[in-house]
Design a protein around this ligand. Sequence first.
Ligand code: ADP
Ligand code: MG
Length: 400
Amino acid sequence: MSSHFRTLDDLSDISGKTALVRVDLNLPMQDGLVTDDTRVRASAPTILELADKGAKVLLLAHFGRPKGDRVSTMSLSLVVGAVERVLGKEVMFVPEIAGPVAAQAIGILRPGDIAILENTRFWKGEEKNDPDLVKAVAAIGDFYVNDAFSAAHRAHATTEGLAHALPAYAGRSMQAELEALDKALGSPVKPVAALVGGAKVSSKLDVLKHLVTQVDHLIIGGGMANTFLAAKGVDVGKSLCEHDLTGTANEILTAADASGCTVHLPYEVVVSKEFAANPASLRTCNVHEVAADEMILDVGPAAVEGLADVLKCCRTLVWNGPMGAFEMEPFDAATVALAKTAAALTQEGSLISVAGGGDTVAALNHAGVVQDFSYISTAGGAFLEWMEGRELPGVAALSS
Ligand code: ADP
Ligand code: MG
């Protein structure tokens, strides 16, 4: 992914101009209250920088899946208070994204004022990237800033279309994400290791296929390692395993060989007869000693040490997916140990570490290393599509 895109540094005098800023306000809510404002905090620097420079800042975002209808429980008016608290400023709410009502409301704004426009998905044209909607929204702004990497894998009106209709710039959070991802897989310092774990091979086939052509070391853990082990003739007992995908697993191993990518599969595992915390049947064994009634739930400690040595030889790490069933102790051990190794190497300056994925972020939080990685992406779907080597439409539109 090349990183030729304009940023806020390329904006000259914007005082009095109107900025249309795509952000991620798809905030988790419970009983009408925002429970986590991480996404607001991510875009706060962009919003405040534009406001400080005297722009009128209009925030565009989607919220939930209203599918083109006005659904009152999904109105962005519900997040205004949370956004105000993060920004420390008053924020106006505009119940439209285009048209005379929007124009009139925006007319009241002074330079430096901030407004949230209504949920973009209340309009059917948003997800269809409808040119008429793009035109109507573009008409109320002077330039467009995209600060929502998490929505960049969708070619929607406010994530992609607007970038062609107005001068377009990456916001600070988008910029940081693209620069981190470029360091991880775009133009990384070698050797590069990828660590892929999680439940199933089927959910990450394209990720694995792409990575074997890009990295020097592919470490496979989690449930998906079982499918690879089975492909190599290992009896994995009752483990989570996609037996119908062993052929595909072998193809991936062959492709890795052809690309000079070394694949590391666990040779030692932590097993148990039941999926419970600290079960009586817990034991550590060689992969060839798993009994028919046992499940592999984590990578064993000796194998983890070997994997830590691999990380020590590498300069770049990209990580998606936990190494074991980390939600239950002690099956978090391999994930936590490798996370700590990667964090320490990053702090020593010998490793650039980039991680992403819903459960991965939770696991790294659990390991207490989030501050010590070079970059952790909370983008979910967009992060995975990037790991598949796909061009994200929202990013491509900023580059053209
Ligand atoms: P992410 O959300 O970071 O992309 P995934 O959703 O692919 O990650 O995988 C996370 C899930 O994988 C977790 O719920 C974890 O319990 C599960 N998992 C990891 N290792 C195993 C295993 N050996 N057996 C069963 N499930 C596992
Ligand atoms: Mg997940």
